[in-house]
Design a protein around this ligand. Structure first.
Ligand code: HEC
Length: 203
């Protein structure tokens, strides 16, 4: 920080933080994001399926794509190649000394699988899949875990209805179900000391 310009930047910043100023005050930098820019970032999918895009597909449609873009790391059957993570298996072994946590054995909600695949996979090439491809691969990974049939259509109407085997084993605080719908109390809700009743890794 040496120039007059730097000092001017600090002065403007401090002025901006002074109490009583309207929150909408800007510092003269940048510009407001356009609706299209916000839409491009606003792609999260929630556990209840909120945010899933139109489109859909089946495991059968996803098989070839999985072999080409995913199997080199995750294995033809989702078993994991070398030290790359498995996507299937581990059924009922979460209480073992070395539990195998996979989509089938561990993940509580199916819609976030779509979000994860579309956002991050293939590793190093996130956001390269179309929505239909991401649906097809979501269906295929669920199929590898025996959770859907190969012809089951996976889309925004069906994905949240899939019952994930480990759904009931996540922490419940004070008897409440984990909130995925926004209907539970979200502010100042604690009615006493918090007790953790269970832990998926030490059940
Ligand atoms: C180059 C290797 C590689 C390829 C190819 C690849 N992945 Fe992955 N995948 C990974 C790694 C590494 C992780 C763990 C990332 C982490 O934990 O941060 C991962 C994690 C995942 C997970 C989460 C697993 C869990 O239980 O946490 C899913 C689901 C997944 N990949 C699906 C896919 C799909 C579908 C494809 C094909 C489009 C794909 N991956 C291609 C390396 C790869």
């Amino acid at each position: 920080m040496s120039s007059l310009r730097d000092l001017a930047v600090i002065a403007v910043a401090v002025w901006g933080l002074m109490p009583g100023k309207a929150a909408a005050q800007t510092f003269g930098y940048g510009r407001a994001a356009t609706p299209a820019e916000i839409a491009a970032w606003d792609i999260d999918v929630r556990p209840d399926g909120t945010g899933l895009p139109p489109g859909g597909s089946t495991a059968k449609m996803g098989e070839d794509l999985y072999i080409v873009r995913c199997a080199s790391c995750h294995g033809d059957f989702g078993q994991g190649e070398g030290r790359w993570p498995p996507l299937a298996g581990g059924k009922d072994n979460l209480t073992d000394d070395r539990p195998v946590k996979t989509v089938g054995s561990y993940w509580p909600y199916a819609p976030v699988l779509f979000d994860y695949i579309r956002r991050t996979m293939p590793f190093g090439a996130g956001l390269s899949l179309s929505d239909d491809q991401a649906y097809a691969l979501t269906a295929y990974v669920l199929f590898l875990n025996d959770l859907v049939g190969e012809d089951a259509v996976i889309d925004r109407a069906t994905l949240h209805k899939i019952e994930m085997p480990n759904r009931g084993n996540f922490n419940r605080v004070d008897g409440q179900e984990p909130d995925v719908t926004g209907i539970h109390c979200m502010t100042s809700c604690r009615a006493g000391p918090v007790r953790i009743h269970s832990d998926a890794s030490k059940r």
